[in-house]
Design a binder for this molecule. Structure first.
Ligand code: ADP
Ligand code: ASP
Ligand code: MG
Length: 613
């Protein structure tokens, strides 16, 4: 007999008939000898409807009142599902988040779970009842017991957190698609179902726009080793397992906020090659990385951003032994990137830096917590370490620094994040932690597992920041104070001396809803901090590929860039981490970009998915 947590999303409980179908599935699972906690979302598009009502009354509703309003949606479903179960003769009881004792931070509309009381849940389970719990909500602990919500899509997080707290055998997420697909089937009907994906890959996909799972649900599954599966509410097909390495024991206190970082890593065997001032037009990155991959040069980080005068800098890191080859490729390509009619001497300049090191913080607990990266930058600034390149992912923030400063950087980071020397985080390649793992022996997955599109981002650029330790710390510290999460961060490679001070541009992406306020806030401090202009572009799309197998596969980036170039899609920004490559393109080209990349990696199947409304 197993203890199972099942979660049913909005569409799956969208009508009385669907609630009855869910009740039947729950009943069958109990009859098969299992105990069950069922977490449900609000019916259909109820939450969207409530948001709309609020917006008709206030353009900027009070966040406490919003939580009061939105939490009602789930409360309807729990009562109805409980009744439907009772009609089938199955004892059941509904409970709100507060009744269970899902204790969260007092942060309205995006609260993190601190602790889940299991006493009441366990008592009802032991009495043979199915407990039906309202997803997406909790209660703040301190004094007033305010109702909080976890953020849109947060019922997944409720379910996985309850599974962790109860040490359930596994957690099943039932939804309107057959599992996790190579991309959103609403945008690419030929998307294919995966039978398994690692937590780290899913964390990236979820954060980069694949809304099939709430990213924080994946964080919890990874940190607590909760076996997790996404399945269809309409069929009995097995769905997709999200696999994780066996985690070290972790306390259930401060469930979502303890230890966002569990390792400090470094690599001193790195060198950087940059091509400065290359034309800002489709095909440039494709050409460079196409040649690099033909020469079998494996690049690590790649960054590219647009700067004044509409030219780009592209930089990448390689391991020292292959630097000569990488440099030769860049030098061979550079002449072709200069304008033929009127070549200027400073176009397509190749710049090489030998003595660099990459230092990283790694862990699952950084999503939506801008303070973690900010703390890394502040720690480096305090240690007097200048940051040359920044690469961010959901599970890692890496900074390229001067090699001579690596030891100092690592020591400072270890002490700031309380990491013992040699302490390792959970492995990036998930071992298979599923109830029947023998069925899921990995059959060397393709390098790219999935493609995601995020149309809700905006890009901010700050011109001419003084190039000295502490600038990134200042900037991202300010954003963190305003609770603004930053995704891609790119510092320009070219450095200009203005008023005797070397300066660089820095560009980054934020959620579109944070764009205007971030711009306003940064503009206010720009003069005081000797920054230049702050520029906002909201009409962007970010398209990303994710896969743990792309490590050590030289041609992956080239293939992505070539697919975009072939369709005349200009790349505005590139940022990579070990297991993802993201490109910013114009908003109106986002869907097309997703489709051509999905096709280029051969991810399309012959079967087409029709997603129920
Ligand atoms: P629920 O209400 O069950 O939580 P959601 O709407 O939150 O469902 O998430 C399911 C939706 O996620 C699917 O209908 C699909 O359009 C979208 N989606 C985006 N990317 C993916 C992907 N890679 N795999 C599966 N579904 C995806
Ligand atoms: N009902 C909430 C929402 O629509 C939570 C959820 O469904 O996960 O965002
Ligand atoms: Mg959802």
């Amino acid at each position: 007999m197993a203890l199972i947590v099942q979660k049913y999303g909005g569409t799956s409980v969208g009508s009385v008939e669907r609630i009855q179908a869910v009740a039947q599935r729950v009943y069958n699972t109990v009859k098969a000898g299992n105990s069950l906690v069922v977490v449900v979302s609000a019916m259909g598009k109820t939450t969207d409807g409530l948001v709309k009502l609020a917006n008709e009354i206030s353009p900027n509703p009070n966040r406490r009142e919003m939580d009061m309003l939105l939490s009602t949606g789930e409360q309807v479903t729990i009562a109805l599902l409980s009744m439907a179960l009772q009609e089938l003769g199955q004892p059941a009881i509904s409970m709100t988040g507060a009744q269970v004792g899902i204790v969260t931070e007092a942060e309205h509309s995006r609260a993190r779970i601190l602790h889940i009381e299991t006493t009441r849940l366990t008592r009802h389970i032991d009495a043979g009842k199915v407990v039906v719990v309202a997803g997406f909500q909790g209660t703040s602990s301190a004094g007033e017991m305010e109702i909080t919500t976890l953020g849109r899509g947060g019922s997944d997080t409720s379910a996985v957190a309850i599974a962790a707290a109860l040490q359930a055998n596994f957690c099943e997420i039932y939804t309107d698609v057959p599992g996790i697909l190579t991309t959103d089937p609403r945008l690419v009907a030929e998307a294919q179902l995966m039978d398994a994906i690692t937590c780290n890959e899913m964390l990236e996909l979820a954060s980069l726009g694949a809304k099939v799972l709430h990213p924080r649900a994946v964080e919890i599954a990874r940190n607590y080793g909760v076996p997790l599966v996404v399945r269809s509410s309409w069929t009995d097909a097995p769905g997709t397992w999200v696999t994780s390495a066996k985690p070290q024991g972790r306390s259930l206190i401060n469930l979502e906020i303890a230890r966002p970082v569990d390792a400090v890593e470094f690599d001193t065997d790195q060198a950087k090659v940059a091509l400065l001032r290359v034309p800002d037009k489709p095909g440039v990155a494709a050409r460079l990385f196409g040649e690099i991959s033909r020469q079998k040069v494996d690049v690590d980080l790649i960054i590219q951003s647009v700067h004044e005068g509409n030219s780009n800098d592209i930089a990448f890191t390689v391991t020292t032994p292959i630097l000569k080859r990488a440099e030769a490729v860049a030098a061979a390509i550079a002449p072709a990137l200069r304008s033929q009619s009127n070549p200027k001497s400073d176009e397509a300049e190749v710049m090489v830096e030998h003595n660099i090191a990459k230092v990283s913080i790694a862990g699952a607990g950084m999503i939506g917590r801008p303070g973690v990266a900010a703390k890394m930058f502040a720690t480096l600034a305090e240690a007097g370490v200048n940051i040359q390149m920044i690469s961010t992912s959901e599970v890692k923030v890496s900074c390229v620094v001067n090699a001579t400063e690596c030891d100092r950087a690592v020591n400072a980071l270890r002490s700031a994040f309380e990491i013992e020397a040699g302490g390792q985080g959970a492995g990036s390649r998930g071992e298979l932690l599923t109830p029947n793992s023998s069925l899921l022996t990995p059959h060397s997955p393709p390098p790219v597992r999935g493609v995601a599109l995020d149309l809700n981002q905006a890009r901010l650029a700050i011109r001419q920041l003084p190039d000295r330790p502490g600038m990134a710390a200042k900037l991202f510290g300010l954003l963190a104070q305003h609770n603004i999460s930053v995704d891609m961060i790119i510092q320009s490679q070219r450095c200009r001396v203005i008023d005797g001070v070397p300066r660089r541009d820095i560009a980054f992406t934020v959620s579109r809803i944070d764009g205007e306020s971030a711009k306003k806030m940064l503009t206010q401090v720009a003069a005081e901090l000797e920054w230049g202009e702050v520029v906002l572009d909201s009409a962007i799309a970010k398209v990303s590929i994710v896969g743990a197998g792309m490590v050590g596969q030289p041609g992956v980036a080239a293939k992505m860039f070539e697919a975009l170039a072939e369709h005349q899609i200009n790349i505005q920004m590139i940022a990579t981490s070990e297991i993802k490559i993201s490109c910013v393109v114009a908003q109106e080209q986002g869907v097309k970009a997703l489709q051509v990349i999905h096709a280029a990696f051969g991810l399309a199947g012959s079967e087409k998915f029709v997603v129920p409304a």
